[in-house]
Write a protein that binds this ligand. Structure first.
Ligand code: MLT
Ligand code: MN
Ligand code: ZN
Length: 298
């Protein structure tokens, strides 16, 4: 068995270009000078035939159209076996509404994330007679496609933006923001598209992994303020940045990880420009900058 992962969408919520954004990257993507990227999602398989999709982005319709291994194999036969959610953010759940066409698959999520879906009646468009909602508890391995096991673990994060109250804890440890440990044969891979902090527990977990897809939302914490397009820092959004002493470049530097791939990149992130010095720095530190359609096999 060969573990295969295909990046369906490498961008964070909004995508590149984001519909209402006139920042440098969004304009470059509109003019075709840098590659556009769709919103956060990864397809994974242990046999190349049966696939699970990790997070259902608002762009899932186009992502599946652009991905031959996810095309129908018969009149209504699909290689898609399951969808697994790592949080309840719009960029990770809105695509579920596109999957409402009476096609059987299993929807995996933690109790906390299932509760968020249950609280939104629009998701009942996924007819329960064909889409089985399976609750997955933390640290309990579950087979999400033949030969492919997923174990969810808690990652520091926050509740979805649309559920934020007056006060928000941005490094909450619970079951509303999770990472995924994927195992296929001898391969250990991790998918963590949102992470506020790489704590000691996570560091120990990731050390020795063959492959890690990790939160690449921002290059620097105040990037959106500097670009003049928002008031929020990465920390406030529950995302650790790439650069700086608290960043993921520094945090992974002392870890033994075979392949490190950034995903969930916000459209302001300079690494999205192929010729940028920031991208060169990340690559020199051993990182691959994810992009739509990129496939990684181990
Ligand atoms: C995030 O990753 O911070 C969220 O997807 C933000 C959003 O809901 O747009
Ligand atoms: Mn997001
Ligand atoms: Zn932009």
């Amino acid at each position: 068995m060969t573990f295969r992962a295909r990046i369906l969408g490498a961008a964070a919520g909004g995508g590149l270009p984001q519909w209402n954004c006139g920042c440098e990257n969004c304009n470059l993507a509109r003019s075709g000078d840098i590659p556009a990227q769709t919103q956060s999602s990864l397809a994974v398989s242990a046999n190349g035939t049966d696939w699970a999709i990790l997070n259902a982005s608002p762009d899932i319709r186009q992502q599946m159209a652009d991905c031959p291994v996810l095309h129908p194999t018969g009149l209504r036969e699909m290689p898609l076996r399951s969808v697994l959610l790592t949080n309840g953010d719009i960029d990770h759940v809105a695509g579920l509404l596109t999957l409402r066409e009476m096609q059987p698959f299993t929807l995996y999520a933690t109790p906390g994330i299932q509760e968020v879906l249950d609280g939104n009646p629009i998701f009942s468009a996924l007819n329960a007679s064909v889409v089985d909602r399976a609750t997955v508890h933390l640290d309990k391995p579950t087979e999400i496609a033949p030969g492919l096991s997923a174990t969810l673990f808690s990652v520091p994060g926050k509740v979805p933006l649309y559920l934020e109250g007056d006060t928000v804890q941005t490094d909450l440890l619970g079951d509303q923001t999770v990472g995924v440990h994927l195992q296929a044969g001898e391969t250990d891979a991790y998918y963590i598209p949102g992470c506020a902090l790489l704590n000691d527990d996570l560091r120990a977990r990731l050390n020795g992994a063959a492959l890690v897809f990790f939160d690449g939302t921002l290059w620097q914490d105040d990037e959106m303020l500097r670009a003049g397009i928002g008031q929020k820092t990465g920390k406030r959004m529950g995302h650790m940045s790439m650069s700086g002493p608290d960043g993921s470049l520094a945090a992974f530097d002392t870890l033994d990880v075979g392949r490190k791939v950034y995903v969930h990149m916000n459209n302001t992130n300079p690494v999205l420009r192929p010729a940028s010095p920031e991208r060169a720095r990340a690559q020199a530190a051993g990182w691959t900058i994810g992009q739509d359609g990129m496939e990684i096999a181990t």
